[in-house]
Ligand binder design. Structure first.
Ligand code: NQM
Length: 362
């Protein structure tokens, strides 16, 4: 009989995907990845034979385990599944899927919730970033109903607060991997920055667009996408990421002056498709650039004064805005906080072909 991997299918922020427990997956990484690809239906542009949603934001998984070193309460390994490529990339972070990690762990019985609110330190194993996550847990179990709205999700939900410390240089080793707030690649000024997510920022006007186009318009703009990809391939080695032709990082964010009362208007490529909104750590990174004199984002941003060293930046994106609260020590960002919602969409088991794997106890 086929082994069924216990699975909690979750929406986390503006992403979704299955969550598994590490102990229910193969311990061998190559076999684990083969099982994940089969579960998601990759490689295939439509992921027709699996759980994947044929878009980068719905081709993600989370793997949960309990840390043994006391550094965090929960370990979360994120994997971006390359839809047509058939890759399983555990290099980058994902703050949206991270928002679902604690509720998923409570659903799975990996952790026990507290009465009222459950706050736990969740480590993203991909880069070691630790976030303090708080979810509402009446009676000790997560609730998903609520009135919190995040743009990019049509229905309100229960608020999940996410606080990040020490995200600088998550993948590249330092906040500004080239040491500069601004570099020039092929005549185009860029800011190469990593405060949780490696991002190349470009002023939209410098690549011939306004930055206010719809996601569909930008996705259809093949010459723009080719131009951006050339700049991104050049940025990879400069950001200590090497050859990024098959990597999902750096992401590319086009910036323009805000036009809906926010701090900055953005259009983000992840890295080839235009995001309907913006990623969590992507937004933290872009907001960090915006407060940094000399960056291409600072040039066009409209900033309000900070209150008690905390500055809230509303990052405009194609479907609304994303508010990021930055705590500053002088000009340095020392903590970022934001709000997400998540929801359990389905729980069940994912059958694995016995010819591939017979389960952890076989
Ligand atoms: O930046 C999309 C998303 C993400 C990643 C991406 C994310 C983050 O919206 O932390 O959440 O950049 O591919 O889920």
């Amino acid at each position: 009989m086929a082994y069924e991997i216990p699975c909690w299918y979750m929406r986390g922020g503006t992403s979704k995907g299955p969550f598994f427990l590490a102990r229910d997956l193969p311990s061998d990484t190559a076999l684990r990845d083969a099982v994940i690809l089969a579960a998601m239906g990759s490689p295939d542009a439509r992921q027709i034979d699996g759980l994947g949603g044929a878009h980068p934001l719905t081709s993600k998984i989370g793997i949960l385990s309990l840390p043994t070193d006391g550094v965090a309460d929960l370990d979360f390994l994120f994997a971006q599944v390359g839809i047509a490529e058939g890759t399983v990339d555990t290099t980058p972070n994902c703050g949206n899927m991270l928002a679902a990690a604690l509720p998923a762990a409570l659903e799975a019985g990996l952790l026990r919730g507290d009465e009222g609110t459950t706050t736990r330190r969740v480590r993203t194993l991909n880069t070691g970033v630790i976030a303090e996550i708080a979810v509402l847990t009446p009676g000790g179990t997560p609730t998903y109903d609520g009135v919190a709205n995040i743009d990019g999700v049509p229905h309100p939900g229960s608020p999940i607060s996410c606080g990040f410390l020490d995200t600088a240089g998550s993948l590249t080793g330092s906040l500004l991997p080239t040491g500069n707030t601004r570099d020039v690649i092929d005549g185009v000024p860029v800011t190469l920055i990593d405060n949780g997510m490696p991002v190349m920022l470009i002023a939209a006007a410098d690549v011939g667009v306004t930055g206010y186009e719809s996601r569909e318009e930008l996705d259809a703009n093949t010459p723009l996408k080719a131009r951006i990809e050339l700049l991104r391939l050049a940025a990879g080695p400069l950001m200590n990421l090497g050859d990024v032709s098959r990597k999902p990082v750096p992401k590319v964010t086009l910036v323009a002056a805000p036009r809906a009362g926010g701090a900055l208007c953005t259009r983000t490529f992840i890295p080839h498709d235009c995001h309907a909104a913006i990623g969590v750590l992507g937004a933290v990174t872009v907001a960090t650039a915006a407060v940094m004199k000399g960056s291409v984002a600072h040039d066009v941003a409209k900033l309000v004064d900070d209150v008690d060293h905390v500055r809230t930046l509303s990052i405009e994106h194609p479907t609304g805005e994303f508010s990021v609260e930055l705590a500053l020590d002088g000009d340095r960002v020392v903590r970022a906080a934001l709000l997400r919602t998540a929801r359990l969409l389905m729980r069940g088991g994912v059958p694995v072909s016995p010819s591939l794997w017979r389960g952890p106890r076989a």
